[in-house]
Design a protein around this ligand. Structure first.
Ligand SMILES: [Zn+2]
Length: 102
């Protein structure tokens, strides 16, 4: 991904690691500022349903607004186990095909 660093006129290759500001705002609006899991009204943090380390994107469909507590909890869960965020099926980045020997 090519990103322009504003003000400096430098074009550099920077990996995209977070949700864009507009996407975060959109998710907060769509959820009316309420946590997707416990429904409390708070300043939502945007969670990657499929973690980036598992190939999850930073696009709208992979984001969900969570309260701080649930965000921490799900980050821990999704990075240490195979348990998927509710309603999300994990797709491993690399799936080895079993070779049949003949
Ligand atoms: Zn919550």
């Amino acid at each position: 991904m090519i990103h322009e660093v504003f003000g400096l006129g430098i074009v550099a290759t920077i990996p995209i690691v977070a949700f864009a500001k507009e996407i975060k705002e959109r998710i907060r609006q769509e959820q009316n500022g309420r946590c997707d899991l416990c429904n409390i009204e708070t300043n939502l943090e945007i969670h990657h349903k499929i973690p980036e380390s598992r190939g999850g994107s930073s696009r709208r469909e992979n984001g969900v607004g969570l309260c701080t507590r649930d965000h921490e909890q799900w980050d821990a869960i999704s990075l240490t186990s195979n348990l998927a965020y509710p309603g999300v099926e994990y797709r491993p980045i690399k799936r080895r095909k079993k070779r049949r020997r003949r």
